[in-house]
Design a protein around this ligand. Structure first.
Ligand SMILES: Nc1ncnc2c1ncn2[C@@H]1O[C@H](COP(=O)(O)OP(=O)(O)OP(=O)(O)O)[C@@H](O)[C@H]1O
Ligand SMILES: [Mg+2]
Length: 480
């Protein structure tokens, strides 16, 4: 082993906290198998992903640990503590896991390490600390299971938020379309019936072309009609009902609301009367009411179905199911899709204020995951406010970063709680209400995955979570 570098003597080995409880024989054995290795500033002691062949203990100098996230090297720790270790730390697990370096260690200054081959440290742990070995194994497997559970929970949370918001939002237009369709079926049946009466000769067939022309006009009016305010509408209905009543049309009050909604007024009805004659007025008005009614119902169905496909579009935008996970996006599209999804959760007493800086450049992002961040932050804001308050969503720019600020007017985050809010499983909500994962997940998405930042500013009545995200590199280059 000495061809690797000089040995470390037993007395010095004993001064490293990892080895302080070993007996003389064990220390001698380690000293014999290990060696001292020097790395100049900037050099890697070991690199993530390569076969984990050695265990490193820092003797002096300063080092940085880093890990790769989406092709970028992210520093996770730096230290100059003598005895700090890294490298083949899982060697004792043998072939139960892939034995590769899980991070990289780089010397920041000239640094010196005591290095042991992976087999040596594995053998030492297994044979000298058999009980610790079992505990470590348990810990490792336990952690891995926890990570799996947390990962699943994350996906479920996202899916849950999505489907709960969506089903609620889809319900109204779907119910409206179903209802309008069934009324429409009645109206169409009514029109068939009227047609049968014409064929029977009970209605003068010669009036038909005139009626059809009036019908076309009614359809146009109904399509162009803008809904009246309730009070104005009821005045107009009274006026029409009186007009019909004066001309002996039975149950004019029943027809008036539809006629008014379709944009008919006494002047228009007078034209109808002039064309068909007073004797046919009632028949004509009933026929035209059917026409207007079907037109309005079809418009209702059109709107409901349009709303449904809009929602499905927002859900697609929100989940990004059919999109590349990493893409260049306009942050406002994401915010709007998220707002549609959470709309059902926003109480009537909460005002939503959007202040978007539409001149913002796009960002390169994991869009679906950012949507989860907005969802979590909005969820917290709503939770803090209860039934009344203002939820504000503002976008802006800070140097090469896009900022999204989500503010609420709730009671704020108490000073003693503030340092812990990003911890996984930290929650002040009653058992069963919060998992305490919302901010932990958001932090990991923003900071680890997007190299952005989340900042909090909170006092009673004003809490703001500000998310900073780097703008897409293309936009930076373009100088926008
Ligand atoms: N806008 C806010 N106003 C006041 N307190 C907040 C706000 N946002 C977060 N907090 C505090 O931070 C804690 C942690 O938030 P986090 O989103 O991580 O978990 P949670 O909301 O409790 O549960 P979950 O999000 O999993 O349902 C909350 O329990 C709450 O005490
Ligand atoms: Mg939360």
């Amino acid at each position: 082993m000495t061809d690797h570098g000089p040995r470390l003597d037993v007395a010095e080995l004993r001064t490293l906290f990892l080895f302080e409880s070993l007996d003389a024989g064990q220390l001698a054995w380690l000293a014999e198998h290990g060696w001292v290795e020097h790395h100049a500033a900037g050099e890697f002691a070991y690199v993530e992903g390569e076969p984990a062949s050695c265990f490193f203990v820092l003797l002096h100098g300063s080092v940085a640990l880093s890990t790769r996230v989406q092709g970028d090297e992210v520093e996770i720790n730096r230290t100059e503590q003598r005895g700090a270790y890294g490298g083949a730390t899982h060697a004792y697990l043998g072939d139960r896991i892939p034995q590769v370096y899980r991070n990289s260690m780089r010397a920041l200054t000239d640094a010196e390490f005591f290095v042991l081959p992976a087999e040596t440290i594995a053998h030492a742990v297994r044979s000298w600390f058999p009980m610790a070995m079992h505990l470590l194994e348990g810990l490792f497997v336990g952690m891995r299971n926890t990570q799996t559970v947390v990962g699943e929970r994350e996906r479920l949370l996202a899916l849950g938020a999505l489907s709960a918001g969506l089903t609620h939002e889809l319900n109204n237009p779907a119910a409206a379309a179903v209802r309008a369709t069934s009324v429409l079926r009645d109206r169409v049946a009514g029109m068939r019936h009227k047609l049968a009466m014409i064929a029977d000769g009970r209605l003068d067939g010669r009036q038909l072309p005139t009626l059809v022309a009036l019908q076309e006009d009614a359809v146009k009016r109904a399509a162009d009609a803008t809904p009246l305010a309730p009070l104005a509408a009821s005045d107009a209905e009274d006026e029409l009902a009186d007009w019909l009543d004066e001309r002996g049309v039975v149950a004019g009050w029943d027809l008036a609301p539809t006629l008014v909604a379709g944009g008919a007024d006494p002047e228009w009805l007078a034209r109808v009367e002039a064309v068909v004659g007073t004797g046919y007025l009632e028949t004509a008005v009933r026929w035209l009411t059917y026409t207007i009614d079907t037109e309005l119902l079809m418009r209702e169905i059109d709107e409901a179905v349009g709303r449904i496909s809009g929602l499905v579009g927002a859900a697609k935008q929100y989940s990004q199911l059919d999109r590349a996970p990493y893409q260049v996006v306009d942050v406002h599209e994401l915010l709007d899709a998220t707002l549609v999804m959470v709309k059902a959760k926003i109480p009537a007493g909460v005002r939503v204020v959007k202040e978007y800086d539409r001149s913002l450049p796009p960002i390169a992002a994991y869009a679906a995951e950012l949507n989860q961040v907005w969802t979590n932050l909005i969820d917290n804001a709503l939770g803090a406010m209860g039934a009344t308050g203002t939820l504000a969503i503002r976008t802006g720019r800070d140097g090469n970063q896009v900022t999204v600020a989500i503010s609420d007017t709730g009671p704020g985050i108490p000073a003693e709680v503030r340092p812990r809010i990003f911890e996984p499983f930290f929650t002040t909500k009653p058992v069963g209400e919060g998992t305490g994962l919302g901010l932990d997940i958001s932090y990991r998405i923003v900071v680890n995955k997007h190299h952005g930042d989340i900042r909090v500013d909170s006092r009673p009545g004003a809490t703001t979570f500000r998310v900073l995200l780097p703008v897409a590199p293309e936009s930076v280059r373009a100088g926008s």
